[in-house]
Unconditional design. Structure first.
Length: 290
């Protein structure tokens, strides 16, 4: 170590504090195991390597091992998670409320399902989706959320089933560098969702969407290019969900309801939201268990 290097951090337990009164090294202390970051083969609740210690929860999800189902629906809004769980699931129980990001587990037609809020935007979704996949073993993850319509033939209340999700940047951009990776949905889930939408006679569009990293966009030219290339709608989460699912070999899909329209300026009246969002949840559940 040369003279300019900072002194190394020391990790001391609380009981060790005070035992080094003259030490001037910067000191961080912890009485808890540090949360692990990065992939771990063992799920929490199972035996760990030395780096990964036994915990009762993950960093951002308070559910215990086994509380989360293999099938997870992910609305952005935690209160929509509550509404969907109360409306569609039997025996729904609250399994997470860390930071108010509500999650519920119950059954739908006898199948276990978790409905867990993701928060808004890809960085937030990435935290929850990573923990659901790598720590709780979630296998099928379906985003249910709203989007802004981008084409004139796409109307308010219509359902969009997202085949691909384009981005300008996402939490995964750093690993792809100069590559333009194309995040895409799981084909089996997509096909089952289209069939469910047809059965429900919901007005549905299937195609590409745009996962933006801003709601208040300062670059109208980006939206223009998306419209020009046939992109159906804009939201803020699906591309990272699809990328993480590919990385961890899970199934992912986004089923969206058009809540506002970028070209017409129309917006879904709040009293219409439940019925419109209901179709989307039903399509997602039918697809997950087809
Ligand atoms: N932009 C981004 N995300 C959205 C929109 C929008 O217009 N509407 C619903 N989600």
């Amino acid at each position: 170590m040369n003279g300019n290097s900072p002194a190394p951090f020391l990790f001391l337990r609380e009981s060790e504090l005070g035992s080094r009164p003259n030490c001037r090294a910067p000191v961080r202390f912890t009485s808890r195991p540090l949360p692990h970051r990065g992939p771990c083969e063992a799920r929490f609740g199972e035996a760990k390597c030395g780096k990964h210690q036994e915990r009762e929860m993950t960093v951002h999800i308070g559910a215990k091992p086994g509380d989360i189902a293999e099938t997870v629906l992910m609305p952005g809004d935690p209160y929509r998670a509550k509404w969907a769980a109360e409306t569609f699931l039997e025996g729904a129980e609250l399994v997470n409320e860390v930071r108010g990001m509500l999650g519920f587990t119950g059954t739908w037609r006898g199948n276990r399902v978790t409905i867990q809020g993701s928060g808004m935007g890809m960085p937030s979704l990435s935290i929850y989706a990573n923990e659901l996949m790598t720590e709780y073993g979630a296998q099928t993850l379906i985003r249910i959320g709203s989007c802004g319509g981008m084409q004139s033939h796409v109307g308010i209340r219509d359902v969009i089933i997202a085949m691909t999700a384009s981005t300008i940047t996402s939490p995964s951009s750093g690993i792809f560098r100069e590559l333009n990776y194309a995040p895409c949905a799981d084909w089996g889930l997509l096909r089952a969702a289209v069939q469910a939408a047809e059965k429900l006679e919901a007005k549905t569009h299937v195609g590409g969407i745009y996962s933006s990293d801003v709601f208040y966009a300062e670059r109208p030219d980006l939206d223009e290019q998306m419209v020009r290339h046939g992109i159906l709608g804009v939201e803020m989460e699906a591309a990272e969900l699809y990328t993480l699912a590919a990385r961890h070999k899970r199934r992912a899909l986004a089923v969206l309801t058009v809540s506002d329209h970028l070209q017409t300026g129309e917006a879904l009246p709040s009293e219409d939201r439940e019925k419109s969002f209901g179709d989307m949840v039903e399509i997602a559940l039918e697809a997950a268990f087809a």
